[in-house]
Ligand binder design. Structure first.
Ligand SMILES: [Zn+2]
Ligand SMILES: [Zn+2]
Length: 421
């Protein structure tokens, strides 16, 4: 049996890398005032059809959708924004009319072609701010993502930002875009021909060569923003500048999801090559309403953790797992085992990591094991020790030995010898 394609096991020797990333993320989110939210791994399929948009690739090609035994259509979450908004509505968090700052870390699922840093079961860290219309919220989430990557040690980050306007100005822009593409329709790929009238913005991020060429000369949305949208975008930019965060305005950055408004952004880490985008996000002022809720603005981002890990490993930015000092109890015979168990319990009470043989090994085998796990001390209890009521405590590096009565061993090791806890 093997793990499915596009999934992976994270074994105990590697888990510290994940803990390392997640601890830094949690600390930073706490500092910025975000509360963690955990939503179910699976939801009703219609949540994602509505929340992500039923013309996006995610929904049409990549969802893990199945019928459960009750005949309901269920989908493994392909992202977490729709679920977070569903929870926000279900629990009426909007009732206080305040600002809700949420973050999540968890597994998402997309049936995509697996490659370096891209899995079918993958993990995302993301934040959502609900109820904040000020461009300061846009600045805050961008800064949070940016500072996270800096804190982890990544340099030469590339922040790309754009504004895709709102309903007012976007419609005028869409018309321009459609007439631009209509005049060169023959060059478009089949997908783009199909979506030209439905969702012309998506032609701008098509990956087909010809479409890419056309996109380069297409009219840019920032020239079509209404005054309000233009001012908002300026505020976002001046906020970033004030914080010395450099950015590039990228008019091709339109995002694949339908509910986005105004700010869209992406943070790239160029050494990752084709998969260089490590964070994508933007404002989605129309999503909550679209999902049946009140008119509540939203903004957020998501970071792919597998890809982030790849970036960190590539630069050796993950500190080695600190080796914890330990004690190994070597016990021979039933009475010795009982004494050993008691001492182990006392040491653990004092916070000292303690091993004991679980394989009924010989004395020699147990001593070897104590060396293998790099214990500082071996506490040896054999027949002699049982007779005298004292254990032999051996310092593994110096070879120094002391006879310590059973009841004193834990104190001796933890106090007199300041073992690193
Ligand atoms: Zn195309
Ligand atoms: Zn506008």
């Amino acid at each position: 049996m093997q793990a499915l394609r596009g999934t992976q096991d994270i074994l105990p020797n590697d888990i510290y890398k994940w803990s390392y990333m997640e601890n830094i993320i949690r600390d930073l989110c706490a500092l910025y005032g975000y509360g963690e939210i955990r939503t179910p791994i699976f939801e009703e399929t219609k949540l994602f059809l509505r929340g992500i948009g039923d013309t996006t690739d995610v929904v049409t090609k990549e969802m893990y959708t199945f019928e459960d035994r009750g005949g309901r259509s269920i989908t493994l979450r392909p992202e977490n924004t729709a679920s977070a908004v569903r929870a926000f509505l279900e629990h009426k968090l909007y009732g206080d009319q305040g600002v809700h700052k949420l973050f999540y870390i968890g597994a998402m699922f997309r049936y995509d072609r697996p490659q370096a840093g891209r899995y079918r079961e993958f993990h995302q860290f993301g934040v959502e701010i609900l109820g904040a219309s000020s461009p300061l919220a846009d600045v805050e989430v961008i800064v949070l993502a940016y500072r996270l990557f800096q804190k982890l040690g990544l340099q030469n980050l590339e922040l790309r930002i754009n504004s895709i306007g709102d309903k007012n100005c976007r419609n005028a822009y869409k018309k321009e875009l459609i007439s631009y593409y209509e005049s060169q329709k023959d060059m478009l790929c089949e997908d783009c021909k199909q979506r030209l009238y439905k969702n012309p913005l998506r032609l701008l991020d098509c990956k087909e060569d010809n479409c890419k060429i056309l996109a380069k000369n297409a009219p840019v949305i920032t020239n079509y923003l209404c005054e309000e949208c233009h001012n908002k975008f300026e505020k976002v930019k001046s906020g970033l500048t004030a914080l010395h965060i450099s950015y590039v305005v990228d008019p091709g950055l339109v995002r694949g999801l339908d509910y986005y408004t105004n700010t869209a952004f992406e943070i790239q880490y160029p050494p990752l090559g084709a998969q260089s985008a490590i964070c994508g996000g933007g404002r989605y002022d129309k999503l909550v309403e679209e999902m049946g809720g009140p008119d509540v603005p939203g903004i957020g981002f998501a970071v792919g953790l597998e890809r982030l890990l790849l970036a960190l490993e590539g630069q050796n930015l993950i500190p080695n797992c600190p080796q914890k000092s330990s004690v190994y109890i070597v016990a021979l015979g039933e009475k010795a085992e009982i004494e050993g168990l008691k001492i182990q319990g006392e040491l653990r009470e004092k916070g000292v990591m303690t091993y004991m043989d679980l394989q009924e090994k010989s004395l020699k085998g147990q001593m070897k094991q104590a060396g293998k796990v790099q214990s500082i001390y071996a506490v040896i209890i054999g027949e002699n020790e049982i007779e005298q009521g004292k254990a032999t405590v051996k310092h593994m590096q110096t070879g120094e030995q002391s006879e310590i009565s059973f009841s004193q061993v834990a104190d001796y090791i933890s106090q007199e010898n300041s073992i690193n806890k």
